[in-house]
Write a protein that binds this ligand. Structure first.
Ligand code: HEC
Length: 152
């Protein structure tokens, strides 16, 4: 045990001591890149859902998976915009940091819109799901981008 103790300190305790420094040193450009990759994941799940509800592809059994993924991704949107990641190659508007209250309300509205869309999908009526998908896009992606993302 005596000989193991330094090892335990090095492996178990040291990472905890070191982690705040790592967080402070994190490169804003890497956070921005991560955020944009994250949004691409959101887009890809969204496009997959669109193709399924429009009947373009026969993968109805994938709908739950894409919806659950989108739900999880939306649950982390708020954490993607730490202080200091507001300059550089970002399309995020300064309003994200100037008006954090409105931003988190917008995230909540997006989550609500997703819940409502999911309920329509769960009802099994694909015609309704198709129009509900459009509403979902407008009141989540569209509404947030309008206030918080620069146009391409
Ligand atoms: C609550 C706000 C919010 C919601 C909801 C949201 N986005 Fe975004 N999105 C942003 C912001 C802000 C950026 C800009 C990020 C940056 O450049 O740092 C962005 C960027 C993007 C990008 C560009 C990523 C890149 O490679 O530069 C895509 C694509 C995207 N969003 C798709 C979507 C889709 C599709 C949805 C809906 C299913 C959605 N977003 C929902 C805020 C949001």
């Amino acid at each position: 045990m005596k000989t193991l103790l330094p090892l335990i300190v090095a492996v178990v305790i040291a990472p905890f001591l070191a982690s705040p420094a790592i967080a402070d040193d994190s490169d804003p450009e890497k956070i921005i890149k991560y955020r944009q990759d994250f949004m691409q994941a959101v887009k890809n799940h969204n496009n997959s859902i669109k193709a399924i509800v429009n009947g373009a592809v026969p993968f109805n059994n994938h709908l739950d998976m894409h919806l659950a993924s989108l739900e999880k991704l939306f649950g982390e949107v708020n954490s993607l915009f730490p202080e200091g990641s507001d300059f550089g190659e970002t399309k995020a508007k300064p309003a994200v940091w100037d008006n954090p209250q409105k931003f988190s309300e917008t995230v909540q509205k997006s989550q609500q819109a997703l819940t409502e869309f999911k309920q329509v999908v769960d009802s099994g009526d694909m015609n309704k799901a198709r129009s509900a998908f459009k509403n979902f896009g407008r009141s989540s992606c569209g509404s947030c981008h309008k206030s918080f993302k620069e146009k391409d």
